[in-house]
Design a protein around this ligand. Structure first.
Ligand code: NAD
Length: 259
């Protein structure tokens, strides 16, 4: 299937590895040029080189922290008018609600709510003028079914979800779609860190915690970031123009509801 986005430009945040990288790779495989972002220059530059060599697209690495205004400005100065924007940032740490002070909450809001909102604010009008735009926010299945130890994520991402629900409908008539992708459990460094936290908390070996998590996934396996990227690329395609304001779970059937 030709996604109809060859030659377009995407800004992909927090993408030297994991789910962001999966999205960047799937877009590059479909001929999209990429501004690739993460905080640490070396792995970011290696990832950019890999994508450019393999897929023959332009890839511009920008090392910047998307949770800061300065980092977002630097990122967008590489491409102020992307056709496609994938927002993403590291997830907040797990913990107990008693331990989260105002500073911890503000950091979570910056990372998992406000950074996406400000990136959208800076890029949306140009998309509207060109009558084409695709925005995908990487959020979490925790928006639909909260994960106890990730309360900071449950709260901050729910705020982003509410904002996007309203905004997507305001711009749908001018060729711009905005959707949220909700990952269940994908085998990335982030997931491994969560397992390590739970193992420490429960005093159990990490393999046991991992097996218990696996047992709750009907697909019987963790997700592959490449599958996540493929869904993201489809949402960014010319063919997905009638999908907007949606929260799309990709979780191997883990969410137990009928819909
Ligand atoms: P990961 O740790 O594998 O990769 C995170 C990437 O983001 C890295 O490239 C890192 O350099 C970059 N990054 C982190 N903070 C950044 C910042 N402030 N500015 C720029 N780059 C930054 O993580 P992942 O598993 O790919 O998770 C991505 C997001 O999805 C996180 O918010 C995570 O909480 C969420 N999520 C992941 C899962 C899962 O199963 N992996 C499930 C639900 C939600």
């Amino acid at each position: 299937m030709d996604l109809g986005i060859r030659g377009r430009w995407a800004v992909v945040c927090a993408a030297s590895k994991g789910l962001g990288y999966g999205c960047a790779e799937a877009l590059a495989a479909n001929g999209v040029h990429i501004v690739l972002n993460a905080r640490t220059p070396e792995p970011l530059e290696a990832a950019a080189k890999r994508l450019a060599q393999h897929y023959g697209v332009e890839v511009v690495p920008v090392a910047a922290d998307v949770t800061t205004a300065e980092g977002r400005a630097r990122l967008l100065s590489a491409r102020p008018d992307p056709d496609i924007l994938i927002t993403n940032a590291g997830g907040p740490p797990p913990g107990d609600f008693r331990d989260w002070d105002e500073e911890a909450w503000i950091a979570a809001l910056r990372a998992n709510m406000l950074s996406a909102i400000f990136l959208i604010q800076a890029t949306l009008d140009a998309m509207l003028q060109r009558r084409f735009g695709r925005i995908v926010n990487i959020t979490s299945s925790a928006v639909k079914a909260p994960i106890a130890e990730l309360g900071l994520s449950n709260g901050a991402r729910a705020g982003l979800t509410g904002f996007i629900a309203g905004l997507a409908r305001q711009v749908a008539d001018r060729g711009v779609t905005i959707n949220n992708l909700l990952p269940g459990r994908f085998l990335t460094d982030r997931l491994r860190a969560n397992f390590a936290y739970n193992a420490r908390k429960l005093g159990k070996p990490v393999e046991e915690v991992e097996r218990a998590a696996l047992a709750r996934i009907p697909a019987g396996r963790f997700g592959d970031p490449r599958e996540f990227g493929d869904l993201c690329a489809f949402l960014c395609s010319a063919r997905a123009g009638y999908i907007t304001g949606q929260n799309i779970l990709i979780d191997g059937g883990a969410y137990p509801g009928t819909f």
